[in-house]
Design a protein around this ligand. Structure first.
Ligand code: UDP
Length: 453
């Protein structure tokens, strides 16, 4: 039987590297070999987060390689338009070279490229070299369906050829799918029209390669998104893809964090009563302005509840002088899945990034939703209006989520037994997918048979 030798290509940001690394680890457990392609920048980030350098070099099954993203060392990589432009002009030729070097140096052939949807150009490189491909969507299936239907959105007059919405209200991607608000189209939620156009142009380029993929896979489940999944041919759910913290077992361990995980928060959680702590984390991109940061901090004091708050090192905001934070712990980066599964966690104040959502569903925690940009608004609507496992925070007339809004919604969420019950039921459904015989496990088996054929 052939051993699948996969080349995995994530978009170089944390929320894309994580699920692709989790998928890689799963495939290693099934006997595949992995070459994981980072940019030099993300590889450096991964290496410098605690103790990783040694473990990365030790790993015999997930080999890391890196190539330049075309930007200077101190360029701002949170400027996504600039990053997309640079990735596309630099990385395809570099990737081709890397694959050829692997073929020559190891005498082994890459048998399949697993490309992040927004690295879809990698499938073009694969076609050139005679390597088959899989497209990996790190967002929801609904988001992928939206991207897949871009030509139809233009044809129906919902967006123009630059991706800008030209209607108001709601639309349906397909008759079986719930209506979507035009305002929630992700590439028009980046707050900078030039960046939005660049991202859209890049996305269209990547999606044009989707026909080169034999399969598209998504970190979701059939029960979560039946209509979105049926909307795109070849789209298989393989979620939830979850991080493994088993550091003693090389094949059972996930890698890839850009920041050092602060495990002292687990000791702190161990000392808190069951179901008492609000976990607050906004992923790897969200940044608040000073006023909003102040409201959040003072809102936490006002709730008079215990909290664990992730304030990343790149946060430039100062804590307001009145802030006490006496019932909380603030850390720079957590082992998030471990935190969410801790018995003392009561609920999750989240920016609604898709990974955080899948991790929250898998842990059975109710959500307090505070979207920041891109697909997070659509994800918020899904959590609050369809699944009903969370509540959304609303902005006031000044565009701020006030401290009183935070307290009001948190009190309401904590006392809502229905939401808690639904969240726990959802956990059972979602997790059953990765048990033996579960929908996602079966899909992974299907992929493996195809890879080995
Ligand atoms: N994450 C983490 N520790 C933290 C905060 C976040 O490990 O303190 C991880 C989280 O588990 C998730 C990823 O970072 O896998 C964030 O991805 P998501 O899609 O939620 O948001 P993004 O960063 O893309 O906005």
């Amino acid at each position: 039987m052939n051993i699948p030798n996969l080349l995995v290509v994530p978009f170089p940001v944390q929320g894309h590297v994580n699920p692709l690394m989790n998928f890689s680890q799963k495939m290693v457990e099934h006997g595949c070999k992995i070459t994981f392609v980072n940019t030099d920048f993300s590889q450096k980030r991964m290496m410098s987060s605690e103790g990783k350098q040694e473990s990365l070099e030790e790993s015999p099954t997930i080999k890391l390689v890196s190539i330049p993203d075309g930007l200077e060392a101190d360029d701002d990589r949170s400027d996504l338009g600039k990053l997309c432009d640079s990735v596309l002009s630099t990385m395809p030729s570099m990737l081709e070279k890397v694959i050829e070097e692997i073929h020559v140096n190891s005498g082994e052939r890459i048998t399949c490229i697993v490309a992040d949807v927004i690295m879809g150009w990698a499938l073009e490189v694969g076609r050139k070299l005679g390597i088959k491909g899989i497209l990996f969507c790190t967002a929801s299936a609904a988001t992928f369906a939206l991207e897949y239907k871009i030509p139809k959105l233009i044809q129906d007059g919902i967006i123009d050829s630059h991706g800008c919405p030209i209607t108001k209200g709601t639309f349906q991607i397909s008759p079986s799918m719930p209506s979507m608000d035009v305002k929630a189209i992700w590439w028009s939620n980046v707050y900078n029209p030039t960046t939005e156009r660049k991202i859209f142009k890049y996305l269209v380029h990547c999606m044009q390669n989707s026909n080169l993929a034999k399969w598209c896979i998504c970190n979701t489940t059939y029960e979560l998104e039946p209509s979105a999944l049926s909307c795109v041919p070849k789209l298989l759910p393989v979620g939830p893809l979850l991080r493994s913290y088993d550091k003693t077992n090389v094949t059972a361990r996930s890698l890839g964090q850009f920041w050092e995980e602060d495990h002292s928060c687990i000791d702190w959680l161990n000392q808190q009563p069951r179901c008492s702590v609000l976990y607050i984390a906004f992923g790897s991109f969200t940044l608040f302005d000073q006023n909003q940061f102040n409201e959040l901090a003072l809102g936490l004091d006002l709730t008079n509840r215990s909290f664990l708050w992730v304030v990343r090192q790149d946060n430039k905001m100062a804590f307001p002088s009145e802030f006490l934070g006496s019932k909380g712990k603030i850390v720079g980066w957590t082992p998030q899945l471990k935190v969410l599964n801790h018995p003392s966690i009561a609920c999750f104040l989240s920016h609604c990034g898709w990974n955080s959502i899948i991790e929250g569903f898998s842990s059975g925690v109710p959500f307090l939703c505070w979207p920041y940009f891109t697909d997070q608004f659509q994800n918020r609507n899904y959590i609050c209006d369809e699944l009903k496992v969370g509540l959304g925070l609303n902005s006031d007339e000044n565009g701020l989520v006030s401290r009183w809004e935070i307290k009001k919604k948190l009190d309401r969420l904590i006392s809502d037994e229905q939401i808690r019950t639904k969240s726990l039921e959802l956990k059972e459904t979602v997790m059953s997918n990765i048990a033996e015989g579960g929908g996602s496990s079966e899909n992974v088996s299907r992929l493996l048979s195809w890879l080995k054929s």
